[in-house]
Design a protein. Structure first.
Length: 370
């Protein structure tokens, strides 16, 4: 079976590309030219810089740090499979992978060619995908790699996390969330669990200003040469704690960062928690599926106030971005937005950063788009 590379590439939407980058740990964001991502083309997730550009007009990638030429989604697939999964993909493997991923059947069949057992198996899978797609918008449950949680017992839990205690996070919540400290890298440690309480990753918030400026505040923790990373877009921080309440109230509150979930739990108690963190400024298709599977009918997006003045360039970018989220998921759930239109919080503040009262005001005045 020979797949039509050009036809498959042209059939992919920018949202398809975005979802792949999310799954591969690129932490992408939409831009005027297309998408900006971390350099997963030559780095593992959590390392490198944000210098991988996807240009929607050409449907090509350009890495501005470690790769020579432009390349397409199939070449990026080959790179990612080698770096993240130690798998050797050729072009046909990559094209087939993308076709499988998005349920695209596009191949050239010459009379006289014989389909292999693998090809027949694929056709059967494709028919099944079409059948399932009639009833489901997304792709089903994904089981991520599980790490040995013995590493958590070796972290320091006696040191008071003063920066977070001063930032509206209670000691009780810090302990319940197993927030620790790793002296070897001067990091506050944040364990990530999947919805079934499996330990799937360990993120660190560096307290070193130089490291934060160079690599970012949050990175996967590396201990004994093992990096405890996971694809952030394939999980929701805190869902293991909040999924029962989400199912009861039919509402889910999505923040950008883990800290916001911990602040929310400090204000209202773990027993009343409906919050999760997408660990970025985007909600992936799979994350939305997880919320729907938990029982959410309304998803409340509570992203940071990423603008300084009403109407400025950042304001325009943020409102367009939220509109994209609404357009993408409005047919599946009700979507509302916590949006600080009166600017009662500081620049780049989360809705929970400045206390319970301000959060409740923002929550009660949330915006419903039509």
């Amino acid at each position: 079976m020979a797949y039509d590379k050009v036809e498959i590439r042209q059939s992919l939407t920018i949202d398809n590309i975005f979802d792949l980058l999310v799954e591969w740990g690129g932490e992408p964001e939409y831009t005027d030219f297309g998408i900006l991502s971390a350099t997963i083309c030559h780095n593992v997730p959590g390392e490198g810089s944000r210098k991988l550009y996807y240009y929607s007009n050409s449907t090509l990638f350009k890495c501005y740090t470690g790769c020579d030429d432009t390349f397409d989604i199939f070449e990026l697939t080959i790179k990612v499979m080698r770096i993240q999964h130690n798998k050797v993909f050729d072009l046909n493997d990559a094209v087939r992978y993308i076709a499988y991923r998005f349920g695209i059947l596009s191949f050239n069949y010459d009379e006289g060619n014989t389909l292999s057992l693998e090809d027949w198996s694929y056709l059967e899978k494709y028919d099944r995908v079409k059948e399932i797609a009639k009833d489901a918008a997304f792709k089903g449950k994904v089981v991520l790699k599980e790490y040995d949680d013995v590493i958590l017992s070796r972290l320091n839990y006696t040191v008071k996390i003063l920066p977070w205690l001063k930032d509206n996070i209670s000691q009780e919540v810090i302990e319940q969330a197993s927030i620790g400290f790793y002296p070897g890298a001067d990091q506050i440690t944040i364990p990530h669990f999947d919805e079934d309480n499996r330990f799937i990753g360990l993120r660190g918030r560096t307290l070193c200003k130089t490291e934060a400026e160079r690599f970012g505040k949050y990175r996967p923790v590396i201990i004994n040469q093992l990096q405890y990373s996971h694809p952030l877009g394939m999980n929701l921080y805190g869902l293991n704690w909040s999924k029962t309440n989400i199912g009861l109230l039919k509402k889910a509150l999505v923040f950008e960062s883990e800290k916001s979930c911990l602040q929310y739990a400090s204000y209202f108690g773990f027993e009343n928690n409906i919050s999760v963190a997408c660990c970025g400024s985007n909600i992936s298709s799979y994350q939305m599926e997880m919320l729907m599977r938990a029982g959410a009918n309304e998803v409340i997006v509570g992203f940071d106030r990423q603008f300084q003045e009403i109407g400025d360039a950042e304001f325009q970018h943020l409102t367009q971005h939220l509109q994209k989220i609404y357009s993408k998921y409005k047919n599946y759930v009700n979507i509302s937005f916590i949006f600080d239109k009166h600017m009662i919080t500081g620049y780049k503040s989360s809705p929970t950063d400045e206390g319970k009262d301000k959060f409740l005001k923002l929550f009660n005045e949330r915006i419903y788009l039509k």
